[in-house]
Design a binder for this molecule. Structure first.
Ligand code: NAP
Length: 250
């Protein structure tokens, strides 16, 4: 059973997941690109179960490691230090942020397959990537809660996927096994299960294009979100249509 989670990336998603992890009694080792000293405030807030390290150290310290950096820098993830580890891939392709990645634009492989190719010695599992960071934290619920949500899980290694299902349960989510990394296009940006169902309906007067407006930002900060149970996740995954690649946002 996972005792320590290493984090490569300690931003919005890394921070939210680390908060859930320490609340569940797990240890976390946080890292970023600028060095452990820049994570002092976050680690102090997380408490005695947290420490800061370099990406290589976080990779080696974790029973599992969360890779949660902008996809555009995926090739900088330390493949040697991550060898032998299960790696949770929360990353999504946003060309406006990540730059164009020709292999993804061609639609032949998923972003998680791209990561798995880089991390040849690791077991990549795609999950924890299709909720926004605020709802990811606020909608976690104990096992059995009636308003608990489920998340898709994809991976090529059945044992690593099973390990992830157990970890999601500890962090506050049910899981739906949607297949292999090749199948993970079904939960990439722009698909029906991506982000929006967990946010709940957006007020009619607020559109995605309004993201820079205070009204949008207030809604994003404060929306309570909605539970998305496993049956609904299965329906949404089944509705996915392959074609569009990559997301766009503010
Ligand atoms: N935000 C969301 O709601 C959300 C939801 C689902 C999935 N995601 C995906 O999850 C990933 C992380 O998103 P985020 O919103 O948490 O991003 P973020 O807030 O911008 O944080 C990114 C983190 O990655 C670190 N980082 C960047 N380059 C690095 C490198 N070469 N080595 C080690 N660490 C590096 C950054 O460290 P420095 O600050 O030191 O550079 C920072 O801690 C992205 O792929 C995103 O698409 C985001």
């Amino acid at each position: 059973m996972t005792q320590t989670i290493g984090f490569i990336g300690s931003g919005m998603i890394g921070g939210a997941l680390a908060r859930l992890a320490v609340a569940a009694g797990l240890n976390v080792v946080m890292s970023n690109s600028r060095g452990p000293e820049t994570l002092a405030d976050l680690v102090a807030e997380l408490g005695e179960h947290a420490r800061a390290a370099t990406p290589e150290e976080a990779a080696k310290a974790g029973d599992v490691v969360v890779a949660t950096v902008p996809l555009g820098v995926y090739a900088k993830l330390p493949a040697d230090a991550l060898a032998g580890r299960t790696v949770i891939d929360t990353m999504n392709y946003y060309p406006g942020r990540d730059g164009r990645i020709a292999e993804l634009d061609g639609g032949d492989i998923t972003s998680s397959e791209l990561l798995q190719r880089h991390l040849t010695g690791s077991r990549v599992v795609k999950t924890l990537h299709n909720m926004d960071w605020i709802r990811l934290y606020s909608r976690a619920r104990p096992a059995g809660a009636p308003d608990r949500s489920a998340l898709p899980v994809a991976g090529d290694d059945p044992a690593a996927k099973a390990e992830m299902v157990r970890l999601l349960d500890v962090l506050g989510y049910d899981a739906v096994d949607i297949g292999t990394l090749a199948d993970s296009w079904r939960c990439e940006p722009g698909t029906p299960v991506y982000v929006q169902p967990y946010q709940g309906p957006r007020p009619a007067q607020i559109t995605q294009q309004d993201w820079h407006q205070p009204e949008w930002q207030r809604w994003f900060r404060e929306a309570p979100g909605e539970p998305v149970p496993a049956d609904r996740v299965k329906q949404l995954i089944a509705q996915a249509v392959r074609g569009h690649v990559g997301g766009h946002s503010g």
